[in-house]
Design a protein. Structure first.
Length: 450
């Protein structure tokens, strides 16, 4: 059966939304969150229920197409030719089990709903900083959060998953029933089945305390060095992010930050006031602003500066084993160069703590790393991308000497594959698990190197 014939048959038996090239709405439906990525699927399906998903699998098998699940469009890689793109927005169940300290979420649920459901409960989910990212995409890709030093990666907290196998069987799996599939789901995405729901551990959050310190850009090296020194003694209950910001002179920005450069250190403690740990950081330079006190997951989400609407941009990330004085001076000097204006922000996340001792086996891991670093270069209308790409290349070169091989999959850039997040042995294990779970290759291989 040809692809067009199979998709026509699918449309007749489909209760959800199936949009084909040429249909009204296809151009918008096919777009990922990062609008700079071009993806051209054979169709975009939003199934209404399990039987719709089974029909998608059947049609793909008949037509030699692949099935690619992309709940909210985050983490897109661009290669969807010959694939049915599945949006899971109608799988939106959300249930909190306070006694078991677990939340069960459908694959279409986004983190904002989970955070709101838990507010005031004394518990938090190991969610990312953006409320619009899907729980499934984040968790199945590893997922690093404000709580990762305390509770591990998002994938470490995946207790169980409801999975639709390619043979149509829908079942709950965990480490007892299918440990290899669970290992793959914790970081390698849905290459072993279509995940319809997840069961995720909750983190105690009754004593959340946060702090934010703002320094002049001239104090960047000193502040990074102070946080680097803090990392050696920081308890696992303390999570620290650093941000070097260089804002464009854009009229849509507030006057307080428009065209300005500054450096911030943000901390989150799950064990109450942790100000004593930040004393050395406070002395790193002249503080332009400071705030500290009790906080909550909802407050952290509200303060997030991540976009809540699809945008175009480029980014680069890497995990570092160490952050020595030479690397600190090099990145601070790089940041001051006028030609590096395309990079608006460079973020450093302190690792260690629970990340060094994962509670569950999974493909995603940051055990060998001390820092997770990310640079963002937005794409503005009418501005060529070449300057941003050159800046990101320069960023990679500056920090390359301290880089470790393994990063977390949710931080991979378009075009990068899972060989940057695992060893050759890990990739062989993934392929073996995929062959067992999807012998016909119906599911899209995601970032698994071909």
């Amino acid at each position: 059966m040809s692809a067009s014939e199979a998709l026509a048959v699918l449309r007749r038996s489909f209760d959800g939304s199936l949009i084909l090239p040429g249909d009204d709405g296809f151009e918008d439906a096919r777009k990922p969150w990062n609008l700079s990525i071009e993806q051209q699927p054979a169709a975009v399906a939003s199934p209404a229920h399990l039987d719709d998903l089974r029909h998608v699998l059947s049609a793909a098998r008949d037509a030699g197409l692949r099935v690619a699940v992309q709940p909210s469009g985050h983490g897109a890689d661009g290669d969807l030719e010959g694939a049915v793109l599945v949006r899971m927005d109608r799988f939106d169940d959300l249930e909190v089990d306070h006694d078991a300290h677990v939340v069960r979420v459908g694959a279409g649920v986004r983190w904002g709903r989970v955070v709101d459901a838990l507010e005031g409960s004394g518990w938090a989910a190991p969610s990312g900083s953006s409320p619009v990212v899907s729980v499934a995409g984040y968790t199945l890709g590893g997922g690093h959060s404000w709580l990762s030093r305390t509770a591990g990666l998002g994938s470490d907290n995946l207790r169980a998953a409801w999975v639709l196998r390619t043979d149509g069987i829908h079942e709950r799996i965990d480490d007892d029933s299918d440990p290899e599939a669970m290992w793959a789901l914790r970081g390698a995405g849905g290459i072993v089945g279509i995940v319809t729901a997840l069961e995720i551990d909750l983190v105690p959050a009754a004593e959340l305390w946060g702090a934010s310190l703002m320094f002049d850009a001239a104090d960047t090296a000193a502040a990074i060095g102070a946080v680097r020194d803090l990392a050696a003694s920081a308890p696992p209950t303390l999570n620290v992010f650093m941000n070097s910001m260089r804002m464009p002179d854009a009229p849509q920005l507030p006057a307080a930050i428009r065209g300005k450069s500054f450096f911030t250190v943000q901390a989150l403690s799950t064990a109450g006031d942790a100000g004593v740990h930040l004393a050395g950081v406070r002395r790193a330079g002249a503080l332009r602003g400071e705030s500290a006190g009790p906080t909550s997951p909802a407050t952290l989400v509200a303060q997030s500066t991540e976009p809540t609407e699809p945008t175009a941009g480029r980014g680069a990330s890497m995990a570092l084993g160490t952050l020595d004085d030479a690397a600190i001076e090099a990145v601070a000097e790089f940041r001051q160069r006028p030609e590096q204006w395309p990079i608006i922000g460079i973020e450093f996340r302190m690792l260690g703590g629970a990340l060094d001792t994962p509670r569950r086996a999974g493909f995603a891991s940051l055990e060998s790393a001390g820092w997770l670093v990310y640079a963002l270069a937005p794409l503005f209308p009418g501005v060529p991308a070449a300057a941003g790409d050159a800046s990101l290349d320069g960023f990679r070169k500056v920090l390359a000497p301290g880089a470790v091989h393994r990063t977390v999959p949710t931080f991979l850039s378009p075009g990068q594959a899972l060989d940057l997040a695992g060893s050759a042995q890990d990739l062989a294990r993934l392929r073996a698990t995929r062959r067992r779970c999807d012998p016909e290759g119906v599911l899209h291989e995601g970032r698994l190197p071909r």
